[in-house]
Design a binder for this molecule. Sequence first.
Ligand code: FAD
Ligand code: NAI
Length: 468
Amino acid sequence: MQKFDLLIIGSGPGGYVAAIRAAQLGMKTALVERYNTLGGTCLNVGCIPSKALLDSSEHYYQARTEFAEHGINTGSLKMDLAQMVARKNSVVEQTVGGIDYLMKKNKVEVFHGHGSFEDSKTVRISRKGEEDLLLSAENIIIATGSKPKVPPAFEYDKKRIITSTEALQLTKLPKSMLIIGAGVIGLELGSVFSRLGTEVTVVEYLERALPTMDKDCSKEILRPLKKMGMKFLFKHQVNSAKTQRNKAVINLQKRDGGEPFELKADYCLVAIGRRPYTDGLHLAKAGLKTDEKGFIPVNERLQTAQPHIYALGDVIGGAMLAHKAEEEGIFVVEQLAGQKPAMHYRLIPSVVYTWPEVASVGYTEEELKAEGRAYKTGKFPFRALGRARASGDLDGMVKVLADEKTDELLGIHIVGARAADLIAMAVALLEYRASAEDAARICYAHPTFAEAVKEAMLDATEKRPLHI
Ligand code: FAD
Ligand code: NAI
């Protein structure tokens, strides 16, 4: 039986980054992945393919709606979804190929097959058409990720009732699509299809989109999405979803009463969150069990009930984000190497890759209110920026939250062009515990979208923005 210092089950961003860091720190490392390609949800059916289609569809949308104003006439414009999907597949192929290269470069031993516990130090690898392998390790990381959540009342047949995984593979443009859930996937994939010309209706149980983000972000992003043509039904409960004669049919009603009614479309995309994935891991053989929601419980060091078995990423819950999983991978491995790393969960940024983008870090205003903390706010609209007028990206705003007394920054929320990149600066400001005044006194290049951050800081600290 081969022996390793560290064995990692799952090659998503949590698992593969942990493997690289472990190899850098001199550990003999094994990485087990049940699929043929490495990279997990993120690289294969998540972050990367969705961003490829978001970018392609945004190009098309701009060409259709904005180029003429910029003096660019394209003549008749044609959209080829099959080519967009082929390009997306090629982007995925190159990216997962890159992980193979990184594993070789770092001398991580990769095993393709389903991993399951034999006991707390031994993992069985079941491989199609080949004999099982048994591997043992001093330390083990469970990084098995998540799968889409689909309740039984939604008859998920992968044909008309689909999840993000199937939506990313559609090569013929649907005329209409119903989306259950106005969360991140609902808005991102809803944008892709709406930009291409599909009639998109999003049904959300709660009263707003992106319910975990600051309320002002939800409000601000809805305007451009509605302008583009996306329709939203808030406070609606979906009772069932099924395929009928090649159409998706959902039965729904207003949450606070009202008669149930039906909606029909070519597809129904279920995007109501993801569930932890531990199927066939045989956790009990290692003396482990999941909590009532299926997550693997861990302590603050990310140790499970067995101190030498760690778990991280989507399978332990919290923000189901690739960069959170990556940081946790590094956190665990550096501890194993005797270092003293730290995780700052409050400072993990969230980004929604709509256009404009939504990006957020730190406390939301709702959270500060719930904690009874005294705070002040600063805001600045993108439309007052020279850069925004030059590019035509006028939608959006920056909102900052700072401690009422100390002026320490507590939260930064951005809706606007390039918010996904601007949020890195916001994270740095919060990590270094800057005050709003500190952030306002830094020099920002002109003309940039980042100037909206400076102006919002000026608004928060002394109510004296310059350009409004
Ligand atoms: P995963 O990436 O899910 O990887 C787990 C891996 O473990 C999988 O490859 C699985 O096959 C393997 N595995 C499971 N069980 C076993 C077993 N028993 N034996 C062997 N292998 C096993 N996050 C972002 O931060 N930014 C984004 O833009 C973003 N976009 C997304 C878009 C979509 C459509 C989706 C669905 C998700 C998106 N996410 C995004 C979320 C992100 O993909 C996840 O948070 C991230 O992949 C979690 O990483 P992980 O390592 O915990 O698990
Ligand atoms: P989500 O948690 O973002 O949103 C789910 C939405 O569905 C919520 O608004 C919720 O209120 C609603 N909902 C739940 N049950 C419902 C029901 N029965 N009827 C109607 N609405 C209902 O989950 P989503 O969009 O499926 O994404 C899954 C995960 O993937 C997210 O947690 C996110 O972290 C990750 N992801 C991240 C991305 C990014 O970072 N850009 C992109 C896509 C996904």
